[in-house]
Write a protein that binds this ligand. Structure first.
Ligand SMILES: C[S@@+](CC[C@H](N)C(=O)[O-])C[C@H]1O[C@@H](n2cnc3c(N)ncnc32)[C@H](O)[C@@H]1O
Length: 331
């Protein structure tokens, strides 16, 4: 959701963008108050990235190693991610430049405000609409402790992950259950919402009859990790929205579909993944998915597939296998 706070602070003459380029880190589409002629929007989530590009802004998936006069951070949900973005802004904005951080209270903006006291600078703040906009001048020096804000996550052993990606600190219990209960797979397949590549790596290492696997992931940082984690030549990587991804029909699809949009639980997103899987599979193709037991996917599954069955249930998760995709299901 766009925040009203930036526009309010600008209109009240409380905050001014200094001359020069502005870096906007993960602003939601339609965020107002960012000068279009000199803002670079950095957004790794493909649908948001494409929406910004469509509205005429310069966009990148990763922050370039150049200097900016100012930065705006839309606070993400995960704390490690928030601090990584803050460290990035402190690195790219020149001393004396402006850094603004905008977040809902539920996204931990107050704990960020407390952490900012470590910086030798005065913090200004505007509270509105259950959130806060904080802004300050980038101090000349930042301590090592602040620089290390950029790397506070601990990847699961042997895997590369990044702040803010799903299961950055430990392999997901549901994904592990899916791997343990998979029937043998063969031919061409896809992993929709592949994350940092755990499912794909397991499928490729244990199933010799798999000839090709497309990893489809909307988060740039997660896909970059997957490229590092999945070195098998049968793997192909796609930075794309799985709900509208196009490909020749697959023999199988595996997935642990996303169930959140920002902080909100969003079962409709997982349901769109189910519909997309049915669309992307051959008539003889098979979907295996894992989900929290309480998520309401059964109706969409039955509408999209003629055969639906449970392969495993444990630790609050269910693994479902579906076959015979219906020709026009959900389209
Ligand atoms: C529950 S995680 C599963 C990750 C990985 N497959 C695993 O099992 O650890 C769902 C993944 O879907 C990705 N995602 C969310 N929306 C997406 C979309 N529209 N298209 C593709 N991927 C998406 C998220 O970034 C996240 O990595």
């Amino acid at each position: 959701m766009p925040s009203p706070r930036l526009e309010i602070a600008l209109a009240a003459d409380e905050l001014h963008w200094p001359d020069g380029p502005v870096l906007a880190l993960r602003p939601p589409p339609q965020q107002t108050g960012l000068p279009q002629d000199r803002t670079l929007v950095v957004h790794g989530f493909k649908p948001a990235h494409d929406a910004w590009a469509k509205s005429g802004y310069a966009v990148a998936a990763e922050t370039p190693a150049t200097d900016f006069a100012a930065a705006y951070i839309a606070l993400p949900r995960a704390k490690d991610h928030a601090f990584a973005l803050l460290a990035c802004a402190l690195d790219r904005v020149a001393p004396g430049g402006l850094i603004a951080i905008d977040g809902a209270k539920t996204d931990g903006v107050d704990s960020v405000a407390r952490a900012l006291k470590e910086l030798d600078t005065s913090i200004e703040s505007l509270s509105k609409a259950h959130g806060r906009l904080l802004w300050f001048r980038r101090p000349e020096n930042v301590t090592d402790a602040v620089v290390e804000w950029g790397d506070r996550s601990t990847s699961p052993q042997g895997w590369m992950t990044a702040p803010g990606v799903f299961s950055a600190n430990a392999v997901d219990v549901g994904s592990r259950l899916l791997v343990e209960s998979l029937a043998p797979l063969s031919g061409r397949g896809a992993d929709l919402g592949a994350g940092w590549g755990y499912l794909s790596a397991q499928v490729l290492s244990s199933m010799n009859a798999v000839t090709h696997l497309d990893l489809v992931e909307a988060e740039w940082a997660a896909l970059e990790c997957a490229r590092a984690n999945v070195l098998d030549p049968r793997a192909d990587f796609h930075w794309a929205d799985a709900t509208c991804f196009q490909a020749p029909a697959y023999d199988f699809i595996v997935m642990n579909p996303p169930f959140h949009t920002s902080r909100q639980a969003d079962p409709a997103l997982g349901q769109r993944f189910v519909v997309s899987a049915a669309r992307l599979l051959k008539r003889t193709g098979r979907l295996t998915l894992v989900a929290n037991r309480h998520l309401p996917y059964e109706e969409t599954l039955r509408k999209s597939f003629a055969e639906v069955g449970t392969r495993a249930e444990a630790s609050g998760f269910k693994v479902i296998q579906a076959g015979k995709p219906r020709p026009y299901a959900g389209r």
